[in-house]
Write a protein that binds this ligand. Sequence first.
Ligand SMILES: Nc1ncnc2c1ncn2[C@@H]1O[C@H](COP(=O)(O)OP(=O)(O)O)[C@@H](O)[C@H]1O
Ligand SMILES: [Mg+2]
Length: 343
Amino acid sequence: MTARQQEADARPLLEIRDLTVEFPAPVGGWTPVVQRVSFTLGQGESVALVGESGSGKTVTSLAVMGLTGVTGGRVAAGSVSFDGRELTSLPEREWRALRGPGMGMIFQQPIRSLNPAYTVGDQIAESVRRHLGLNRRAARARAIEMLDLVQIPRAAERVDDYPHAFSGGMCQRVMIAMVMACNPRLLIADEPTTALDVTVQERILRLLRDLQEQTGVSLLFVSHDLAVVAELCQKVTVMYAGEVVEQGTAADVFFRPGHPYTSGLLAAIPKPGLGTGRRLATIPGSIPAPGLWPEGCRFHLRCPHREPGRCDSVRPDLVPAGPSAQARCLRVSEIDLQGVTVA
Ligand SMILES: Nc1ncnc2c1ncn2[C@@H]1O[C@H](COP(=O)(O)OP(=O)(O)O)[C@@H](O)[C@H]1O
Ligand SMILES: [Mg+2]
């Protein structure tokens, strides 16, 4: 472990402890959708939140941004602390000062986050005027500087274009520019490349990595795609059915997964040279909806290693599963799972 890593772990920028988020149930009352989620993110670190669609990644991210209420949910338990400050009880007035210079978020569909009626330059400028108090001229200069930083060619001209004049990949760059313009300490990227084709995806990932090096911003990278995560993140938190099922350093989790779900996700990563005709291994079945989580291990119905009479009745805890990893599996010391080597 490097000195920098030790420092990042000792005083995390973001610390989530036992976070539970609920939404109104159709029959009345509340249904937990994310349950007792804990992980930390150090200064300058990049941490991945991975899992199939519906596992609770976006709900977790929105809770970090203080946006749970806006989506109709509530944080029912747990804590989110940012730079030592508790966020779950933060008044909305203070949130407005924290979003922007503190943390910003980009989404899967960048075009939907941009206003079609304003030039991209005006939208970035408006954001920095509001959050940083820059005057009109300085804000425009900042907009051009940011478009340049996210490697949009001819930034000084493109600043006056409207969002529809940009491709999907370029729109995502504009969104990144808008968020980074306020110098946030934490960038949350929720499936930022999922809607883009593979070559564009590569370029956006490289951009995020460059930005991290240049600015030291911490990154919470949300993705259903473990292959993407391997390139970018030092630590991984794997979610399934609203809970963390495995977490640790990327090297550990990829090379020696401790949970059958993680190894199932790893088996589904396309491998170069296998040819396109071959079907990838996918995990049979589908993720159970909130409120329909089974007894015992939530993954047991889909698990090739399940032990009847045990995995269907005993709730597993997160237990050590490697030098720096933990897994929520009763059979962690009994089964041998297939990992992958990350370059
Ligand atoms: N506003 C909401 N109201 C009710 N249920 C929601 C809401 N947002 C998300 N959910 C439910 O929470 C679960 C997790 O969703 P989400 O966090 O979006 O998953 P992921 O981002 O991992 O694909 C899903 O079952 C989803 O239907
Ligand atoms: Mg999502």
